[in-house]
Design a protein. Sequence first.
Length: 298
Amino acid sequence: MHLTTTLDDIHSPTPCSLALGAFDGLHRGHMAVLHAAAQGECPGVFTFSSGPKGAPAVLTPEDKLLLLEKAGIEQVFRIDFGDLRDMDAQRFVEEVLFEKCRASRICCGEDFRFGRGAAGDTTLLASLCAKAGVELCVLPPVLDGGEKISSTRIRAAIEDGDIPTANRLLGRPFGFSLPVIHGNHIGHSLGTPTINQAIPQGFILPKFGVYAAWCYAKGEFYYGVANIGVKPTVGSDYVLCETWMPEFSGDLYGYPVRLSLLEFIRPETKFPSLDALKEEIKRNAKQAQEITKGVPPR
């Protein structure tokens, strides 16, 4: 898959089937647009380097690219929104999508807006596509429980600790792939050695607490019990995801580990002693083992 990040560097070698959107969550609604684009020649995506202003990210940039490639996308035009903010809607379509990207087929959701002041809509896009002989595929929203699936709904569920709802709306387990960093090594002294992953700035913060999770490390899946928060019993200066994988042994420092959250087990708690913390971690691990029974995510 080829990635282009600046307007000046956009050059599609062949006509392409192009999906348009922020795709900030790559949820089931977004995937419907991507799958429609993937039916055409040289499937591509025109998207932005950041999501809606002020909204925390549900995906890391790296995970987003991996999911796009898995969906059959061959080229990604990921442009800084500031480079397009003041561009007239018609000029954006004709000069960027038609001329630079060489879109022969365009796929988007029915609420897609574009151009200066978000003045362009699918009615204008249909007119411009018809004039240029470009096929347009406008996808209706995907509903869940009678409501449109949206990244806003997903963020609310994650922040509430309602991971099953977030996962259902996403169509996959919510999670992240982040490198393992050094912690205070207290887990080793407790007999529950953990991996630590720092939640990056701008990424959504799940409700602080303990979760059952699948962990993908060095090519294998392991069940895990993950604490997301500031570790009130021992303290942390920043938000961490600290995970114990009872069936894993080895060194993971510096390696990326993918964590897929399945279910909230309990809120983050300050324990009166490390022994009390140790007993609770072991109890939570048994809960996580039961929750993760079944086929791990692929």
